[in-house]
Design a protein around this ligand. Structure first.
Ligand SMILES: NC(=O)C1=CN([C@@H]2O[C@H](COP(=O)(O)OP(=O)(O)OC[C@H]3O[C@@H](n4cnc5c(N)ncnc54)[C@H](O)[C@@H]3O)[C@@H](O)[C@H]2O)C=CC1
Ligand SMILES: O=C(O)C(=O)COP(=O)(O)O
Length: 592
């Protein structure tokens, strides 16, 4: 069935990943294993892919990400994401996931293996023996029992080292003292103290601003003469020139290195000279290279890729909030609803003064069962997506939970989420969501000053309020401005405000008929009898005083809203013609 296959999401795997994880993907995705791609080749083919699975070799640069028009997720089958431009991915709404614990046991064991190899001179004695020599007196080592291992970045190595009878000190500003105590690790608060005590120094932090070049000439000088160092974390945490110099001077007895600033190291680089040094024990980034670790990380990230491509949230995204699966399941229908509220808002109120969106500060009020869910980030993201999706200048930007906050901040949109737990608030609905656009004067008092893009006071005749609920999984609009509605926000809708008197449907039907537009359904929304707003909501609603006054007037004039489901969009001249008809106050077409 080639047609079906062509529409399946595509996953690019440019590095060696364990088949256990990839097998999970193959039943629903097209998995392309393309090892050895050059940077240019990656750039050429990436626009075709929905997901990219990498280890540490592939450089997922901003250029690659910008070219990746269909990419939803970059999955790092391992811990370190320093080869991925996470900031750019966030801007583009691309989720970055990793496997934070799948390979750390392997990396810790590798650290111990390197430490023991260095202490007992295993690599050089092995090479000598294979060379036909028998040099027993040349390869006298040291024991680790009773020695001090100083760790930067507390992790799994500590317990293994304790098992070898070592004293363990650690520097980790974020480590829990209770965890350290339970592993019998002494936490120290300053690097000089840690360095001074070390017989062996090992680093296990990510490569970030605070750890780049953390161990340079000055720090190495603070180690005891004869100390040994290890790096199974990231190249760049040690200054390679300084490390080489400390080995060459004899200040250090040994260095065991698995990771380098550039991999593979360029010939003639400091890293290459370090590798060649007789007292350096080196491996080519093998910390995670065990069968078990590779199975773990592959399965971990492939499961997350599936979840993301199916519209769920991953469990270990580097650039998205963690949401429990059961909470996300409850939220999902409302994600759809809130996106519709935002889109309806922008399209319905677009003609108002104040720019395309009209207002820049909103209240998003959750009532009923929904109010008990604390992590509503997906709803916030859905609102931002909905508000911006109808605006053409934002086309192509995939707004989602990854970049919604950034997009809102950059565009001066302020949203206050409120959880109203008053059971009387949501009347007959189990959950209700209300979007309220604040009048500009009030908005500017709450929105951050530097972000405020409001265009000054806007004469406002109507409350800009839209409420909705979900009937099963189907979204339903229950209130639009002053009108109590009940319609599904789906497809193209013509929304006409009119005096509720005979003949209006005929007028609209005639004009649409002349344009060849079919009407699929019609709903009438009367002015809400409950315009007296619940106490708990009053605080959030516009206080320009116009609403109550206007309501009384509307009721006497018997206004209503006519919502027509139509089979195509209508040009502006048609809505303008409709609005000129007697008894029709406004007409607007929206596509939801
Ligand atoms: N060689 C290899 O194949 C492997 C390398 N790694 C690398 O090892 C490193 C550590 O990995 P994990 O232990 O999984 O990371 P982790 O994030 O679980 O632990 C890092 C620890 O470093 C601490 N830390 C952060 N900044 C610090 C600072 N300025 N000073 C002191 N401590 C600081 C954190 O509080 C945390 O406890 C990462 O760079 C990772 O990429 C991980 C797995 C395999
Ligand atoms: O997980 C990590 O951070 C690692 O460094 C492992 O890298 P790798 O997947 O073996 O290229």
């Amino acid at each position: 069935m080639p047609l079906l296959r062509a529409s399946r999401p595509k996953v690019l795997v440019p590095e060696k990943l364990s088949p256990d994880g990839l097998a999970l993907l193959r039943s629903s995705l097209d998995v392309h294993e393309r090892k050895g791609l050059s940077a240019d080749e990656l750039l050429q083919i990436i626009p075709d892919y929905d997901a990219l699975l990498v280890r540490s070799e592939t450089k997922v640069t901003a250029t690659v990400l910008r070219a990746a028009k269909n990419l939803k997720v970059v999955a790092r089958a391992g811990v370190g994401v320093d080869n991925v431009d996470v900031e750019e991915a966030t801007k583009l709404g691309i989720v970055v996931v990793n496997s934070p614990s799948g390979n750390i046991g392997a990396a810790a064991e590798h650290t111990i293996a390197l430490m023991m190899s260095m202490a007992r001179k295993i690599p050089e004695s092995c090479a000598s023996l294979k060379d036909g020599k028998w040099e027993r007196s040349k390869f006298v080592g040291v024991e680790v029992k009773g020695k001090t291992l100083s760790i930067i970045g507390l992790g799994k190595v500590a317990r293994l080292a304790k098992g070898l009878g070592m004293n363990v000190n650690a520097l980790d500003p974020y480590a829990s003292p209770a965890v350290a105590a339970s592993a019998s690790v002494a936490l120290v608060s300053a690097l000089p103290e840690l360095l001074a005590s070390a017989d062996f120094l090992t680093i296990h932090t990510p490569l970030i601003a605070s750890t780049r070049g953390m161990i340079a000439e000055a720090e190495l000088a603070q180690l005891k003469p004869g100390a040994r160092v290890l790096n199974v974390a990231r190249g760049g945490t040690f200054d390679e020139d300084a490390l080489l110099a400390a080995l060459q001077s004899g200040h250090l007895s040994g260095a065991a290195i698995d990771v380098f600033t550039s991999e593979p190291p360029a010939p003639d680089s400091s890293a290459a000279r370090l590798i060649a040094h007789p007292r350096a024990v080196v491996t080519p980034h093998l910390g995670a290279s065990t069968v078990e670790a590779q199975e773990n990380v592959s399965v971990d990230v492939c499961e997350q890729v599936l979840e993301i491509l199916q519209g769920s949230l991953p469990r270990s995204a580097v650039n998205a909030p963690l949401i429990l699966p059961e909470e996300y399941k409850k939220l999902q229908p409302f994600v759809h609803l809130v996106e519709k509220l935002g889109s309806l808002y922008t399209q319905h109120y677009a003609a108002s003064p104040g720019g395309a969106m009209g207002r820049n500060a909103f209240d998003l009020i959750y009532q009923g069962e929904l109010a008990s869910i604390n992590n509503t980030k997906p709803l916030f993201a859905a609102l931002i997506k909905g508000l911006f999706s109808p605006i053409s200048s934002m086309e192509g930007l995939n707004i989602n939970i990854v970049n919604a906050e950034l997009v809102a901040r950059e565009r001066g949109i302020f949203v206050s989420e409120q959880h109203s737990r008053d059971p009387s608030d949501h009347s007959s609905y189990s959950s209700l969501v209300t979007l309220v656009a604040r009048p500009p004067s009030r908005a500017s008092s709450r929105a951050p000053a530097s972000d405020d893009k409001s265009t000054g006071p806007v004469p406002d005749q109507h409350q800009r309020i839209i409420s909705g609920t979900c009937s099963g999984d189907r979204p339903l609009i229950t209130r639009l401005g002053r009108f109590e509605a009940s319609f599904e926000p789906e497809g193209t809708l013509l929304i006409c405000e009119n005096y509720d008197s005979p003949g209006k449907i005929g007028v609209v039907g005639n004009i649409l008929g002349q344009e060849g537009v079919n009407i699929n359904f019609m709903a009438v929304a009367p002015v809400s009898p409950k315009l007296a707003i619940n106490e708990s909501l009053k605080e959030s609603l516009p206080t320009d005083g116009s609403s109550q006054e206007h309501t009384a007037k509307s009721q006497s004039l018997n206004e209503a809203l006519m919502i027509l489901g139509i089979d195509r969009g209508v040009p502006a001249h048609v809505t303008a013609a409709l609005a000129k008809e007697s008894g029709i106050l406004s007409a607007c077409a929206v596509t939801l």
